[in-house]
Design a protein around this ligand. Sequence first.
Ligand code: GLN
Ligand code: ZN
Length: 767
Amino acid sequence: MLTQNLGYPRIGTQRQLKKACESYWSGKIGLDELHQVARTIREENWQTQLKAGIDLIPCNDFSYYDQVLDMSMLLGVIPPRYAPVSGVKGNNEIDLYFAMARGYQRDGLDITAMEMTKWMDTNYHYIVPEFTAKQSFKIHSEKVFNEYTAAVKTLGDKAKPVLVGPVSYLLAGKEKEQGFERIDLIKDLVPVYVEIINRLQQQGARWIQLDEPSLALDLSKRDKEAFEYAYRTIASQVSGVKLLVATYFEALLDNTQVAVNLPVAALHIDLVRAPEQLDEVLALIPANLQLSLGVIDGRNVWKNDYEKSLAQINKALAKLGSDRVMIAPSCSLLHSPIDLDQETAIDAGIKNWMAFAKQKLNEVAELKQITEGNQALLDANKKAIESRRTSKKVHKQEVKDRVAAITDADATRKSAFPVRQQLHRERFNLPAFPTTTIGSFPQTDDIRQLRAKFKKGDLTPEQYEKAIEDATVEVIRWQEELGIDVLVHGEFERNDMVEYFGEQLDGFLFSKNGWVQSYGSRCVKPPVIYGDVSRPQDMTIRWITFAAKQTSKLMKGMLTGPVTILQWSFVRDDQPRDITTNQIALAIRDEVVALEKAGIGIVQIDEAAIREGLPLRKAKRPHYLDWAVKAFRVTASGVEDKTQIHTHMCYSEFNDIIEHIAAMDADVITIETSRSQMELLHAFAHFEYPNEIGPGVYDIHSPRVPSKEEMVSLLIKAADLLPAQNLWVNPDCGLKTRKWPETKAALENMVQAAKEARELISVASAI
Ligand code: GLN
Ligand code: ZN
């Protein structure tokens, strides 16, 4: 029985790649130094996997920025707008590559970056390939061949080059002109894959991994035919090398027939996300196909339950025999933090339940040893799993009871929206087109340094709090001068909208070095939810009430919603996601109630991540949306009618989920609309969205200052589509990443735009 790995984190154990890339971009280091850092990371990764005893070890899983962009370089899918970059004297292939990822603004050129989007349902973002109707493909980059040559020196015939497979590569991209469908490019694309595979075979490769995660998506008939065509053609034109098709993140379901019948040597399936698919795959698998069992969770931080995995492995062994079974992580370990051994501050008991990428490799190897009779390894694992299952650190009966007792009434405001709206109008007496912001104000270096110094102990709590208070007062004065109607406190005390709450809730822990690549050089360090979540004390009252006292204007309380906290954390794998979400929902609900008691009349609960939690398969979406929306409602419904609940979402596609957004029943929703020129408001208009809404009129993703006129025209558009008396005026999102000068200028214009809208647009008075 072989063991294998599908991919390993490439940022380096100390995020060396991030630092090297950023230094290269700013001109602090040269190309040689950048390449050297990359070589060292690759070599270290190979050694780690070798030492763990893995039989098939990936190469070309390394990437300077993104593996899909690597494929575009390999296949010569380079949008023509980048041609001048290669013409600049002194530029190398990698400068073209980074230009595609990040845009290019020097040497008299100003070229936009390629689009970036989420890789399936992960928080990893890839660079979207751009296709034209006459798209040509040809080998353009030598990276995969060079990396294979280097890998062989360390790994010998264990080296397994990894490529994104042809169908998933096409599906991951986008048509840049009309009149064709990208999947139809398969006929032109396949010959290049044949050429690449043949070259690798000639270099000595024995296995090649082709990632086809789209086999886990809803596929059209044409997509399925493309799979059959591509692999049939490849199989007929290559020999002497075994192809492994890797699927992950979901069950194959209706694609099972297609997947198991591809003429390849092996198929990898994800048995963590979809354990139930093993039976069907085993029932349909043709003779000779090898099956790689993804039993170790590549996307989470928990120790594998060996007994569970062994049950699956043994089932496969019984049917296929050891020659046809492989053991592997469920997907590339790119999505895991690297090394748990580096974490010295995590409670030893809890640490014993965890595994990062390096530890997961050992788990793969250990599972194999257990099938060969090593009982001691199994016993040790059973002990750890049992201790987690029964630990008081994890299990709090009161929390479980409270979640079990949630009723529909808990998820429903006392009165319907029109009644609440009337109360709010009387209570707040806001003008038409009230102005507000989404919460954060620029986090200057000064503010960041305050936090860093405080963490290090260079500032006393008193000094730190005083400095944050000063910043808060300043931003309140400034909003007053400007004439904003509903103020915010600026969120200066918060590092991150999830971490801030995680640090104060029971059931969360934080790693020191658990970084995961999000895109390019950007890494995130998600909190870990290990136990039942509860709220031992108030979390935001101190800052919101301090802020409210500084002004006679309305001060909005600011919270992060349960689904967003869940989505941006490593979550428990020992209970369903909806249960964890409900625990968080109850904790945040208590905070909302506490804010109301403290006299705060308006509370915003950010649910930035509801949409990204959508399951990959359409059939699973209604169930997810039901519990996600209900969790929000639980959070929002503990208060009296007089309290106005806002929510915020920073994206723009609502068409397919609008009824669920409406079902959240927030009194006010603020959304991102400025770049789409209010286009997405059509979804709300068509649905006749009943509650109040603040379509963003200021694109906060760019330093550009929108003019008053621009914003007025957006408001006119919005008022054409929705009842003017329901409209708010606000930016697309928080202003944390912006600088002060542009923020001030833009918000000044925004307030003026609201004033003008009040004169230009007639608003139905009372309801
Ligand atoms: N309240 C948060 C802020 O203003 C919201 C951020 C977000 O939606 N991503 O920063
Ligand atoms: Zn946002």
